[in-house]
Design a protein around this ligand. Structure first.
Ligand code: Q9C
Ligand code: ZN
Length: 345
């Protein structure tokens, strides 16, 4: 399978995040991408740099003011104090219900809150360049598919599926699955399906396409009553307006077994087949793995092969974008199992 990857991801390397009241080392590390790349190369897949520039597609997915903030955010942070080079900015105030999000504050931390859903997505010096390179990979993958490639695997880091039209969150800044989808629509696909198999509900992807019937969004994830992102991902969210019926959430209880997970995958695949998509975008989170440090599903290494083989049977040109997955050393082989099984069928 063709792999798209940029070493620019290394510049996105915040040191710590907050977890259960403590500052802990980030779960979402540069090593994750290296493990995935090494495993895919070891199994003989071809690797390329992204070739497309996603600049024209980005404003179709994200708001201009959010993109402007992301692109210049680190520079603005440094302008406040050169010593900030050694510090990570975190939001501490958010425009929740009754507060205004139409006015952009001057204060940097207030703007960071405006454009964040949580305090868990720290910026660092190379965040924009890394996120933009992922978007470029997603746009490139769409181009390759429309030129006849059957499948492309984008090793995207930072991930994207929690990022909405105008906010970051859950380690995500630019929604790579949405960029791939929008690019596919722009190059002639009439219908696209997105399947999100990350442990966490892809709230950003859902919200971006919620009112659009040409993009079916299906997600299998930990029940948001107990799992992040908590405020979206319930079974009764089925789309709105013209998009009514084109969003399917399959929340599963924390601790669910592989057997339960694959039952949900069958439901997902049946719905996707009914959409008759011209292309499939898979938000490939690998945090469903039993050994994942922040998640509770029970998939084993072989289950990722089973997933790849099942997706192959959908018979669609397919873009994979990497989302979560934090069991760093097993991440590579689990990703490669999906890719290998997809190619071999
Ligand atoms: N910082 C993805 O898998 N909370 N994001 C973790 C506290 C957020 C996961 C614990 C988890 C986000 C792409
Ligand atoms: Zn996740």
């Amino acid at each position: 399978m063709l792999i798209l990857f940029s070493t620019l991801h290394q510049g996105h390397a915040p040191a710590f995040e907050f977890f259960r009241g403590e500052r802990v080392p980030c779960f979402e590390t540069p090593a994750r991408a290296e493990f995935v790349i090494q495993a895919l190369l070891a199994r003989g897949h071809d690797m390329r740099d992204p070739e497309a520039d996603s600049s024209a597609v980005l404003p179709l997915v994200h708001s201009p003011r959010y993109l402007a903030f992301l692109e210049s955010g680190w520079t603005q942070w440094l302008a406040l104090d050169p010593g900030n080079n050694e510090r990570q900015p975190f939001p501490s105030v958010w425009p929740v219900r009754t507060l205004r999000s139409d006015r952009e504050p001057v204060d940097f931390i207030a703007r960071l809150g405006l454009y964040s859903m949580d305090n868990g997505s720290p910026l660092s010096a190379g965040t924009w360049a890394a996120a933009k390179a992922c978007a470029d990979a997603a746009a490139s993958a769409a181009g390759l598919l429309t030129r006849g490639e059957r499948s492309v695997f984008c090793v995207t880091r930072p991930p994207g599926h929690h990022a909405g039209a105008d906010f970051m969150g859950g380690y995500c800044f630019i929604n790579n699955a949405a960029v791939a989808t929008q690019s596919l629509l722009g190059s002639g696909c009439r219908r696209v399906a997105i399947l999100d198999v990350d442990y966490h509900h892809g709230n950003g992807t859902q919200s971006i396409f919620y009112e659009r019937p040409e993009v079916l969004v299906v997600s299998i994830h930990g029940d948001p009553r107990t799992e992040y992102p908590f405020y979206l991902g319930h079974a009764d969210e089925s789309g709105a307006g013209p998009g009514q019926g084109f969003n399917l959430n399959l929340p599963l209880p924390a601790g669910s077994s592989a057997a339960i997970w694959f039952e949900a995958l069958e439901t997902a695949c049946t719905r996707i087949a009914r959409h008759r998509p011209d292309a499939l975008v898979v938000s490939l989170g690998l945090d469903t793995f039993a050994g994942d440090p922040i998640s509770t599903f029970k998939l084993q290494a072989g289950d990722f092969s089973r997933l790849g083989a099942r997706l192959k049977r959908l018979g669609c040109p397919t873009v994979f974008v990497l989302e979560g997955g934090y069991a760093a050393s097993e991440l590579g082989s689990n990703a490669a199992n999906v890719a290998d099984a997809f190619e071999q069928g």
